[in-house]
Design a protein around this ligand. Structure first.
Ligand code: URP
Ligand code: ZN
Ligand code: ZN
Length: 451
């Protein structure tokens, strides 16, 4: 064996148990009460520690052209930060160009990602254009290993209701999964115009122009179309109570509606937009009121939220500053790729959820939903994507300790109880006690299959 992790407590979504874990050639090859060292010289003592499957961040935007600039973490910086927060697989949104086949979108972004990625990665295609036969190119992309596609109901590249519905119909036909960014574009534009004309330009009006009902209504509409088309639907970055209720209802009725939320909605409320640095928190959908936050936590506890992901899309302070006098000029998005697993595990340590739930939300469920067959669980035959976690280690997040290229973090000063001490990507140590030890280009493209 290449490595044996001894005396730790293995935590999977299905339960926790004391065991040694043996690794060979990047795979978990043995899990037993005690594994003899034999000729293995790499013995890791995990006494008092938890041994977890690496997290899968199903929602990131690396080097993404957006908001008049490009998000500030490229594929290396973003995946380096991921590794240091216990995330061993990231999904990036590959934004389709007009006139481009979906597989070509993936190949174009993979050419950038492959030389740089420090952990494993896959893609979702963000769909812009389905005309002139491009809708049919979904099928080829599914076969290529990218079976998930996102539609935006907002932004200048958002799709019309009709296109969204056609994409759902095609997904049903070819076995794809459609993700949606649900906000009502017409209402966002109307409210934005109103506030700007009244001289209301601070970051607070980013929230006011995209309040709870703007997202909730779009969630309900998206779910309605998924039901009508018979296709499953994955709602990304769910952040409001009305939407949570719609998801719960649809699940209770037996529909395959998945919901993702992000740590920022669990930690912050819309009050952040009243702060002097409120623009740094600008993302869409925005943080909502306490009632929504409580509803999301409740839904997590009862299992109606399926996954946690980050929506990592950082922009430098100088870029956020473009919107000091006009919230519409603030590039939308925040950093979080290094904070998700530590945040959710710390919440488990505090008793808000269990450690098994944290693992399910951050690792097992994204692996299952997006079809990463070799990931998401500590089990024989799976990739040795392993996090060793010290549940007693106190950690205060400060940007100087983060491994992103962004010059600030909305997580500054947040205190966590418990923190990852080591991350292994396919058996290779990539993070050790504060230090990135990985390698540019180590990460491999993960072919996904929903079959
Ligand atoms: O503000 C955000 N979320 N920026 C990234 C793009 C998106 O909407 O997911
Ligand atoms: Zn989005
Ligand atoms: Zn996003």
């Amino acid at each position: 064996m290449d490595m044996i992790i001894k005396n730790g407590t293995v935590v999977n979504a299905s339960g926790s148990f004391r065991a040694d874990v043996g690794v060979r050639d990047g795979k978990i090859v043995c899990i037993a009460e005690s594994i003899e060292a034999g000729s293995c010289e790499n013995i890791i003592d995990a006494s008092g520690k938890l041994v977890l499957p690496g997290a899968i961040d199903a929602h990131t935007h690396l080097a993404m052209p957006f908001g008049g600039t490009v998000s500030s973490d490229d594929y290396f910086a973003g995946t380096r930060a991921a590794a240091c927060g216990g995330t061993t697989t990231v999904f990036d949104f590959a934004l389709q160009d007009f006139g481009e086949k979906m597989t070509d979108t993936v190949k174009r972004r993979d050419a950038l990602c492959a030389p740089d990625a420090a952990v494993d990665y896959s893609f979702h295609v963000a769909v812009k254009d389905v005309e002139n036969g491009l809708l049919d190119s979904l099928e080829e992309c599914v076969k290529y290993g990218v079976p998930s596609f996102k539609v935006f109901m907002v932004y200048d590249f958002g799709v019309t209701d009709g296109v969204f519905y056609r994409v759902l119909q095609k997904a049903k036909e070819v076995g794809a999964l459609i993700e949606v960014h649900a906000e009502n574009n017409e209402l966002v534009n109307t409210l934005t115009k109103q506030y700007l004309s009244e001289g209301k330009t601070s970051a607070w009006y980013h929230y006011m122009s995209r309040p709870e009902f703007v997202e909730g209504e779009a969630d309900e509409r998206a779910i309605q179309w998924a039901k009508a088309s018979g296709a499953p639907l994955y709602i990304v970055h769910l952040a409001n109570k009305q939407g949570v209720e719609a998801v719960t209802k649809a699940k209770d009725e037996g529909y395959k509606i998945y919901a993702e939320t992000c740590p920022q909605y669990l930690e912050f409320t819309s009050d952040v937009y009243k702060r002097d640095d409120g623009r740094n928190f600008v993302c869409s959908p925005p943080m909502k009121g306490k009632e929504s936050q409580d509803a999301i936590w409740e839904a997590i506890r009862r299992g109606d939220i399926d996954t946690i992901a980050t929506d990592h899309c950082p922009f430098q302070s100088a870029e956020k500053d473009w919107g000091i006098n006009d919230f519409t000029k603030i590039p939308n998005g925040c950093a979080g790729i290094e904070n998700m697993y530590p945040y959710m595990l710390s919440a488990a340590g505090e008793g808000k959820i269990t450690f098994e739930q944290a693992v399910k939300l951050c690792s097992e469920n994204p692996a299952k939903i997006f079809g990463c067959k070799d990931k998401g669980v500590i089990a024989v035959g799976k990739d040795a994507d392993i996090v060793i976690y010290d549940p007693q280690l106190d950690f205060t997040i400060t940007n100087d300790k983060m491994h992103s290229d962004c010059d600030h973090t909305i997580w500054e000063g947040i205190k966590l109880h418990g923190y990852p001490v080591q991350t292994y990507s396919r058996g290779r140590l990539v993070y050790d006690n504060g230090e990135f030890l990985g390698e540019r280009g180590w990460g491999k493209f993960v072919k996904c299959s929903l079959k």
